[in-house]
Design a protein around this ligand. Structure first.
Ligand code: SAM
Ligand code: SF4
Ligand code: SF4
Length: 337
């Protein structure tokens, strides 16, 4: 296995695969209803990469050094038979970590077990508030908190662990939930991660004033439960990690806005229709599907991907400014965070 590095010396290690652009939630910061209403045209089925195509691309990425795959979306569990894809990805040589990010709405105990049996190792479940009214207003489809908590329990029961909980923090929307969330998940073994609200895409009307900096989040928690910083598990990890001094577990903060981590960014992203993106904030992607469907062999496609990665110099968050915020960028639900 080779190690492909980009122009800033960053290795290609992680692949995020967005398996669908559809979602059963309309989170206000991701797929606001005003834009993604009933008449919004999602990708037709024939535009999506098939499981065979996804596995083929993933295998090529593995040859180039990728060892970690995360399935995301849209909502990955709305893609039919996703367990089949999981089982095919699990056996790719070189893949030692296979995870999924989900809103939890479809993660019944049976589904969790099927995913585990298929070879999924871990899940990250997104949850922005424990307050039912607030959570329903954020997901904007009236989905109750209780069922996401059940999903987390289901994942834990079948061993899709350690479970991470993603909380996007938006000022005056759910920042008052930081402490209740920390309190709830302390001692559970789940890792709560606070994510700074980001200027992904163009649909969510992002403003810097809505961002609660990670330092503020850490300070709030620290004032109640002292924290000790801990080292990243491995290079390419984007969360800053802390453990509670009293032994109640671990939290993380993802400070994409206030303290960017582009220097360590080893992630490639594949959209549902096979576009390769080199950054969460990319304006354009590279059409890998065209190569897959035009009869090129794996070594040619491998060379193409290698060249693209070797030419990568993007570091959007380190260069973020008033000017970059409004430029057209790929939407989060297409490349999955
Ligand atoms: N639907 C799945 C879910 O919500 O977990 C997977 C896809 S979702 C796009 C992946 C993650 O991105 C979620 O944890 C979500 O909260 C986060 N996210 C979406 N929009 C965001 C934004 N503007 N800033 C920060 N995180 C965001
Ligand atoms: Fe759907 Fe996830 Fe986006 Fe919410 S954050 S709208 S659950 S894709
Ligand atoms: Fe990676 Fe782009 Fe995020 Fe920087 S802004 S960490 S390059 S995805």
């Amino acid at each position: 296995m080779s190690h492909t590095t980009d122009r800033l010396g960053r290795p290609l290690q992680d692949l995020r695969i967005s398996v669908t652009d559809r979602c059963n939630f309309r989170c206000v910061y991701c797929m606001p209803k005003a834009v993604f209403g009933p008449s919004f045209a999602f990708l037709p089925r024939q535009e999506l990469l098939t499981f065979e195509e996804i596995v083929r691309v993933a295998s090529i990425f593995a040859e180039l050094g990728v060892h970690k795959i995360r399935l995301t979306g849209g909502e990955p569990l709305v893609r039919k038979d996703i367990e089949q894809l999981v089982s095919q990805l699990r056996v790719i040589t070189g893949i030692d970590d296979l995870a999924m990010t989900t809103n939890g709405s479809l993660l019944t105990r049976e589904r969790a077990q099927r995913l585990k049996d298929a070879g999924l190792m871990r899940v990250t479940v997104s949850l922005d508030s424990l307050d039912n009214d607030k959570f329903q207003a954020i997901n904007d489809v009236k989905f109750p908190v209780k069922r996401v908590i059940e999903a987390i329990d289901n994942a834990a029961q079948v061993g899709l662990a350690p479970i991470k909980i993603n909380m996007v923090v938006k000022r005056q929307v759910n920042d008052s939930d930081v402490l209740p969330m920390a309190e709830y998940f302390r001692g559970t073994g789940h890792i709560l991660r606070f994510i700074e609200y980001m200027d992904v895409g163009t649909a969510n009307g992002w403003r810097l004033d809505d961002v609660v900096p990670a330092s503020e989040i850490v300070a709030r928690i620290e004032s109640k439960w002292p924290l000790i910083p801990i080292a990243p598990k491995r290079s390419g990890d984007v969360a800053r990690r802390f453990r509670y001094q009293d032994g109640a577990g671990e939290i993380g903060v993802i400070s994409s806005v206030s303290q960017p981590f582009c220097q360590n960014c080893s992630r490639a992203r594949l959209s549902p229709e096979g576009q390769l993106f080199l950054c969460l904030f990319a304006q354009t992607g590279f059409d890998l599907r065209r190569w897959l469907r035009k009869g090129h062999d794996d070594s040619e496609i491998r060379r193409v991907i290698e060249n693209i990665w070797q030419g990568r110099s993007v570091r959007y968050s380190e260069e973020r400014s008033e000017q970059t915020v409004g430029i057209p960028k790929v939407e989060m639900f297409r490349i999955g965070g």
